[in-house]
Write a protein that binds this ligand. Structure first.
Ligand SMILES: Nc1ncnc2c1ncn2[C@@H]1O[C@H](COP(=O)(O)OP(=O)(O)O)[C@@H](O)[C@H]1O
Ligand SMILES: O=C(O)C1=C[C@@H](OP(=O)(O)O)[C@@H](O)[C@H](O)C1
Length: 299
C-alpha cells in the first residue's frame, strides 16, 4: 500500500454498555466507539480518567489504529501488519457497519468446498456483523436427533442428508441476521439456491491443495465423503476433492460474491495462500459483499 493511502484514525471509546457500536463523529474520519466492545482486552493499559458527568460514569480511552482510507482497496497493511487482533476486530466492525444499511438484515450464506473455512471465517463475520452464527450441518444433526453427519450418511444415505439440508435451508431462509456456514454440497440442488437467494451468498474459493492439507491435518471423521480404507490419505483426498470441485465449481459460481484466496494472495503480494488468516479472509469477504451490495443498489 502507498504510504499516503494510510490514514491514522483516532478512536475515543466511551464505555457504558454491553452493546458495541462504532459511529463516525466528524468528517475527519474520526469514530466513536460505544459499549463494551472487548473492553477488557484493550482498554486496560490505556484508560484515562475523565470528568464524570452528572448521571453517567464515563471513562475514555484513546486508541490509534492504522487502516486503509475509505474506498482504498484492501491493503497489505490492512491484512498483514496488524499484530493485534483488537485492531483487526475494529476494522471488521467498521466495515460491517458500512454495509449494514445495504444489507438490511439479510442472511449471509457461506458456500464452498469442505474445509474451505466456512465455519472459521463465518464465526468471525457473524461477530463483526452482530449476526447469529449457524452451521447447516449442525442444524441437520439437531433435526435428526443428534446423529452425527457421518452416521446419517452411513445409516440413512446421502439423499436423506440432502433432504434434511434442504429443509434446514428452507427454515433459515425466512430468518434475518443469520450467518450460515453451509455444507460443501449444499450448492448442488437448485432448490437450495432458491432458499439461499433470499440472502447474500459468499463463495470461499480455496485451492484444492490447501483443502487437502487442512483435511489431512484434521482427519476425515466428520466428513463421510472422504472416508477411505487404507492407502495414502493425501493422494486419495486430493483426487476426490479435485473431482468434486470439477463437478461443483459451476454451482459455487452461483454465489453473489466470490472470495478467492488465490486472488487475495496475488493482490496482497503473498507467495502463499497459506499466509492468509481467517480474519484477513473475513475482511476480504466484507469488502466483496460491500462491492456487491453497492452495485445492487445501483450506485
Ligand atoms: N485461513 C485459514 N488458515 C489456516 N487454517 C484454516 C483457515 N481457515 C480454516 N482453517 C482450518 O481448516 C479447517 C477447516 O475449516 P472449517 O472452517 O471447519 O471449514 P468448513 O466449515 O468450510 O468445512 C479447520 O481446521 C480450520 O481451523
Ligand atoms: O461437501 C459435501 O458434500 C459435504 C460437506 C460437509 O460439510 P463441510 O463443508 O462443512 O465439511 C457435510 O455437509 C457433508 O459431509 C457433505
Amino acid at each position: 500500500m502507498e504510504a499516503q493511502a494510510v490514514q491514522v484514525l483516532r478512536y475515543s471509546a466511551t464505555l457504558h454498555s454491553n452493546n458495541p457500536k462504532l459511529e463516525k463523529t466528524g468528517t475527519n474520519g474520526s469514530l466513536r466507539m460505544f459499549g463494551g466492545f472487548k473492553k477488557q482486552l484493550f482498554v486496560s493499559s490505556k484508560l484515562q480518567s475523565a470528568k464524570p458527568s452528572a448521571n453517567i460514569r464515563r471513562r475514555t480511552a484513546s486508541l490509534v489504529v492504522a487502516c486503509s482510507h475509505n474506498n482504498i482497496p484492501a491493503s497489505a497493511l490492512e491484512y498483514g501488519s496488524f499484530h493485534s487482533s483488537v485492531e483487526e476486530k475494529l476494522i471488521l466492525k467498521i466495515k460491517s457497519q458500512e454495509i449494514e444499511p445495504y444489507l438490511s438484515g439479510r442472511c449471509i450464506y457461506l458456500v464452498g468446498m469442505m474445509a474451505s473455512g466456512k465455519t472459521t471465517v463465518g464465526r468471525i463475520l457473524s461477530e463483526a456483523l452482530s449476526y447469529s452464527f449457524y452451521d447447516s450441518d449442525a442444524l441437520v444433526v439437531k433435526e435428526v436427533g443428534g446423529i452425527s453427519v457421518t452416521d446419517i450418511f452411513k445409516h440413512y444415505g446421502e439423499p436423506f442428508f440432502r433432504n434434511k439440508e434442504t429443509e434446514v435451508l428452507q427454515k433459515v431462509s425466512i430468518m434475518h441476521r443469520h450467518l450460515i456456514s453451509t455444507g460443501g454440497g449444499a450448492v448442488v440442488r437448485p432448490i437450495d439456491w432458491k432458499y439461499m437467494q433470499q440472502g447474500i451468498s459468499v463463495w470461499l474459493d480455496v485451492p484444492v491443495e490447501v483443502l487437502t492439507q487442512r483435511i489431512t491435518a484434521e482427519g476425515t471423521d466428520s466428513r463421510p465423503l472422504l472416508h477411505y480404507e487404507g492407502g495414502d490419505a493425501y493422494t486419495k483426498t486430493i483426487t476426490h476433492l479435485s473431482s468434486l470441485f470439477e463437478e461443483r465449481s459451476e454451482a459455487y459460481a452461483n454465489a453473489n460474491v466470490k472470495v478467492s484466496l488465490e486472488n487475495m494472495a496475488a493482490k496482497l503480494g503473498r507467495r502463499d495462500v497459506l499466509d492468509l488468516s481467517p480474519t484477513a479472509i473475513a475482511m476480504e469477504a466484507l469488502e466483496q459483499i460491500k462491492g456487491f451490495l453497492i452495485g445492487e443498489d445501483g450506485f
